[in-house]
Design a protein around this ligand. Structure first.
Ligand code: NAP
Length: 284
């Protein structure tokens, strides 16, 4: 497995396994065990996915040494703020049945993220969080966090796929020593990712599927990828991307698929921020 080195020296696999939308406990546990069996050593979960216990159970059952795994979890918006973040990390550690997380991310750029970040900086200095970062932050919000705090985020996990390529974001992150991580590398199948004419035709040259072309294209851009699938044969397919290299010409031609826009929603849309806040009020 190829690793990237984060800005604090911690190594992170460039390819991991995402468990979003695998909520059923037994199904999620089976998926993580299958992924580990296939060779994945990085697992991306989050408090909001409601499957940290299942991931923890799978890790226990796998028999893999904890130090051989890279586990990421994320802080949900209901837990932003200094004290709530301290508690949320403790809860995630308990559910995942581990003493530390390899990476902990602020899931959404909303609410008191500065309070959260200060709590995360302390937990990072205590060694409970080996690396800390953010998710869904646009460059302005990343810079706001950098200039008003001590620790520069190690990672920004953002929507990145052929239809929303984020070249400018990547340049900004690189200039600030932050690792770009893609979520939804396949855009969750939107725009017929898996049968896209260009991706399929590129894949035919290398004997690879459209999915493999997408993952390879991101890996060659030095973007960390965490594809999700519940099917073991697809886990193998998505893992099998280290035995070919896309030509410069093919890398360049994929640029033509970029729409420059999210295929889900914008984290800068005031209505979206209101919607997130209203969901919190419903829980109170
Ligand atoms: P994704 O990985 O882009 O796409 C997953 C979809 O693709 C599933 O429907 C899966 O179906 C299908 N699929 C996977 N491999 C395939 C293959 N080789 N051929 C055909 N279909 C395939 O979407 P995602 O789960 O949203 O994103 C990946 C991970 O990123 C998540 O699991 C999560 O860890 C993270 N994420 C983070 C955020 C955030 O806000 N930070 C948001 C979204 C996701 P089957 O399962 O049926 O195979």
């Amino acid at each position: 497995m190829k690793n990237v080195v984060l800005n604090n020296g911690i190594e992170m696999p460039i390819l991991g396994f995402g468990v979003y939308q695998i909520q059923d406990h037994d199904e999620c546990k089976r998926c993580v065990l299958d992924a580990i069996d296939v060779g994945y050593r990085a697992i991306d979960t989050a408090a909001s996915y409601q499957n940290e216990e299942a991931v923890g159970d799978a890790i226990q059952e796998s028999g893999i040494e904890r130090e051989d795994l890279f586990v990421t979890s994320k802080l949900w918006i209901e837990d932003v703020g200094f004290e709530a973040t301290q508690k949320a990390v403790e809860t995630s550690l308990n559910k995942l049945q581990t003493d530390y997380l390899d990476l902990y991310l602020i899931h959404q750029p909303f609410g008191d993220v500065h309070g959260s970040w200060r709590a995360m900086e302390e937990l990072y200095k205590d060694g409970k969080l080996k690396a800390i970062g953010v998710s869904n932050f646009h460059p302005d919000r990343v810079m706001d966090l950098i200039v008003f705090n001590d620790v520069v985020p190690a990672v920004n996990q953002i929507e990145t796929h052929p239809f929303y390529q984020r070249h400018d974001d990547q340049q900004f992150l690189k200039e600030n020593g932050i690792q770009h991580e893609s979520w939804a590398p396949f855009a969750e199948g939107k725009n017929n990712t898996f049968s896209n004419e260009l991706l399929v035709s590129i894949g035919e040259k290398y004997g690879k599927s459209s999915a493999q072309v997408v993952l390879r294209w991101l890996i060659q851009r030095k973007v960390v990828v965490i594809p999700k699938t519940v099917k073991k044969n697809r886990m193998k397919e998505n893992f099998n991307v280290f035995d070919f290299e896309l030509s410069d010409e093919d890398m360049e031609s994929i640029r033509s698929l970029d729409t420059g826009e999210s295929q889900f929603f914008s984290h800068r849309d005031p209505e979206i921020i209101k919607w997130f806040a209203s969901r919190l009020e419903e829980h109170e």
